[in-house]
Design a protein around this ligand. Structure first.
Ligand SMILES: NC(=O)c1ccc[n+]([C@@H]2O[C@H](COP(=O)([O-])OP(=O)(O)OC[C@H]3O[C@@H](n4cnc5c(N)ncnc54)[C@H](O)[C@@H]3O)[C@@H](O)[C@H]2O)c1
Ligand SMILES: O=c1ccn([C@@H]2O[C@H](COP(=O)(O)OP(=O)(O)O[C@H]3O[C@H](CO)[C@@H](O)[C@H](O)[C@H]3O)[C@@H](O)[C@H]2O)c(=O)[nH]1
Length: 437
């Protein structure tokens, strides 16, 4: 099938490449000329495991091309909208400027029978409004909402073999053609048994934000338990293990630590709260404000522990910060807890030297005032405190005996509870975890 993907960021570039990998004929469109040039040359403008391989093979096969001209969407039958929906400046609501601009620019190039498919994460009610705009344009096109659940770091796999597919389509016969087109696009996943939920627009939009709200709540729940563990001497990692054995609870997303960040969970729970308030149902999701607060408190806790470990003298002390991206296997520093901690420590007068396998460039663009080292040994050299904030495998594998030979003081703040305290203490380190004695 001929497909256009409008917006080629973390979501759109992967979606376009994966659709081409599935055999579709795809054009990826973005207003960012540098991004498009990079993608067209087979170089992803961001780090995502597995993306270079499918991007290169799809562009070489001719099934995938890129353009900055929205007119190149003409001729495609299905048009995915994958542009950003960031948090509005000065508000918690989602900024729909980019979605509105993309749909308005696309409409003149639509033909009868075309389907516009929303992938961006939007406040409930957006799809119905856009459907009205598309239908009243006289283009003969219709609209579906097909939220995306991929995780950065696993984006290619999650796109090719998703946990589930959700189509929000118009009620009755009007929904049949949109669902049939999406079934054709996702034929291989459906044949492999991927569960499909076909629903109305509002449900599809809410499935997306409620899934992220649930994940954020689960993380803040365990981090709240970490706060209690800290005043009782209990160990939150054992607590998570023990409650996680209950199938109804499950061990996933019970990793206590510095909390969640990234371009999705934080802004999505805030936008959900803002939308619920607009709908007069703010109290239904008021707990998400607490989820957000608990999450941000954990960043402060890591800063406080580091300051405590440094003692009196902050100026002239050196802290090695291991990690900058919001999670391993990504170079994304949007609302990254790791970067936030590094910036706060620098603001207190500490000499911060940070390292990350992939995110130094993105961090430096935003915060040139921090010190950066490409090699972990260089970051560790003469450090007074080592703070692990993003649990990349190479940081998890750090040998405390080797690290001890590099630092000035053997003090580690393990903000992801990734290390074995006994092993580090045996190597002479003072060990601080989160929610661990
Ligand atoms: N990143 C993820 O893991 C992920 C997963 C699921 C859903 N989402 C949702 O997908 C959407 C996109 O997220 P992202 O992380 O890819 O953002 P992003 O900022 O990486 O990418 C957005 C892209 O849209 C482009 N763009 C903006 N306006 C445009 C226009 N009018 N026409 C064409 N291109 C335009 C930007 O230049 C940018 O390249 C958001 O709604 C997000 O919540 C993201
Ligand atoms: O036990 C855990 C698990 C995760 N995190 C943190 O939570 C954040 C989000 O992690 P994850 O959900 O794996 O990353 P994302 O790539 O942001 O993916 C989320 O956001 C996407 C965008 O909406 C959705 O598509 C995904 O389904 C949803 O998992 C990261 O900072 C993690 O470090 C924890 O602190 N503890």
């Amino acid at each position: 099938m001929k497909i256009s993907v409008i917006g080629c960021g973390y979501l759109g570039a992967v979606h376009a490449s994966a659709m081409a990998e599935l055999g579709h004929d795809v054009v990826g469109i973005d207003v960012d000329a540098a991004k498009i040039a990079s993608l067209a040359a087979g170089n992803p403008p961001f780090f995502e495991p597995g993306l270079p391989e499918i991007l290169i093979s799809a562009t070489a096969s001719g099934r995938l091309r890129f353009s900055t001209d929205i007119a190149d969407a003409a001729g495609s039958q299905v048009h995915f909208i994958a542009v950003g929906t960031p948090q509005k400046a000065g508000s918690h609501a989602a900024d729909l400027t980019y979605v509105d601009a993309a749909v308005s620019a696309l409409i003149p190039h639509l033909a009868p029978g075309d389907l516009v498919v929303g992938k961006s994460t939007v406040p409930v009610g957006t799809a119905a409004r856009l459907a009205e705009q598309v239908e009243s344009s006289g283009s003969g096109a219709s609209l579906a909402w097909n939220p995306e659940f991929l995780r950065e770091g696993f984006a290619v796999r999650d796109t090719l073999t998703p946990d589930r597919l959700v189509y929000g389509v118009p009620a009755g016969v009007a929904g049949e053609q949109p669902a049939a087109l999406l079934n054709e696009i996702y034929a291989s996943a459906l044949a492999a048994g991927t569960p499909l939920v076909v629903t109305d627009y509002a449900t599809a939009e809410l499935v997306k934000v409620s899934a992220n709200a649930f994940l954020a709540t689960k993380i803040s729940f365990i981090n709240a338990m970490a706060e209690i563990a800290e005043v009782t001497g209990a160990d939150v990692t054992q607590l998570a293990e023990a409650i996680g054995f209950d199938d109804r609870i499950g061990r996933k997303f019970l990793g206590a630590g510095v909390g969640f960040g990234g371009g999705c969970l934080p802004k999505d729970i805030r936008a959900f709260t803002a939308r619920a308030e607009e709908l007069g149902r703010g109290e239904s999701v008021a707990f998400l404000k607490e989820v957000d607060k608990i999450n941000l408190r954990r960043r402060q806790r890591v800063v406080d522990l580091t300051v405590e470990a440094l003692g009196e003298k902050l100026h002239g002390s050196k802290v090695a910060v291991l990690g900058l991206s919001f999670k391993p296997h990504s170079d994304d520093v949007r609302d990254s807890p790791a970067l936030d901690v590094a910036v706060q420590l620098h603001g207190l007068g500490v000499d911060v030297v940070a390292t990350d396998p992939e995110a130094i460039h993105n961090a430096r663009v935003r915060h040139p005032q921090l010190g950066y080292e490409a090699l972990i040994d260089d970051a560790l050299r003469d450090a007074d405190v080592v703070v692990l904030v993003t649990e990349w495998p190479e940081f998890r594998a750090l040998d405390p005996i080797w690290a001890a030979s590099l630092v000035r003081n053997r003090v580690v703040v393990d903000a992801r509870n990734s290390y074995d305290p006994q092993v580090w203490r045996a190597a002479g380190w003072a060990y601080y975890g989160l929610g661990r004695p």
